[in-house]
Ligand binder design. Sequence first.
Ligand code: MN
Length: 248
Amino acid sequence: MANRLVDFHCHLDLFPNHEEEFKQCAQQQIEILSVTTTPRAWKRNKELAAGNGLLRIGLGLHPQLVAEGHNEIELFEKLLHETRYVGEVGLDAGPQFYKGYDSQRKAFERVLRMCAEQGDKILSVHAVRSIGEVLRQIEAHFPPGKGKAVLHWFSGSKSEVKRAAELGCYFSINAEMLRNDQRREIVLSIPKERMLTETDGPFTQVAGRPSEPSDVAMTLTELAEILNVDVKGLNLQILKNLAVLESA
Ligand code: MN
């Protein structure tokens, strides 16, 4: 337990050799949340994850797919009772997806309302150029007590960190969030008891290849350096944060 790593946002099903990736993870001691981008992927992901007690699968409805018109919220709704973990969901107001922002907002609101209604859900949330709106929606439709949200690849400001923390949010931190001084400053403002780690593999790279869950070890080491704490202690803190997140 003491040596387990935490990768609380990756996409095992999007690796080119994904069946191999699932098998490999089953042999490693890593606490994983593997998110999906469409509810159509749910069944197959659950099959591939079967027997791995450290691997959680998120039921997803990715905002970029919603923006492109692939709005499968009905299937999402039908499957939601099967899972505690939801992701990847959220909003993306980047230039490529902005034209679908209205439908994204409607879909995200519906997701939050459904999750609040069923209760006890843990969400992995995407927020690109939309953290203000994401937090506004969480406050309105998914407030503390109705479930828990983990902000993945947070790219907001220090005051938004504060606001998110007040709303009970956790933060899954990846290597890209530690790339420069400005980003590190933001990460330093995240309360330690709300920190988790992630890779977002295969969408981030390590040494010219897609990052895998085990690469989260590097992020943990870097994060410990930035926080000026010892790696083992930080690992324990993150495992404790995960345990608290997952306690009812
Ligand atoms: Mn992702």
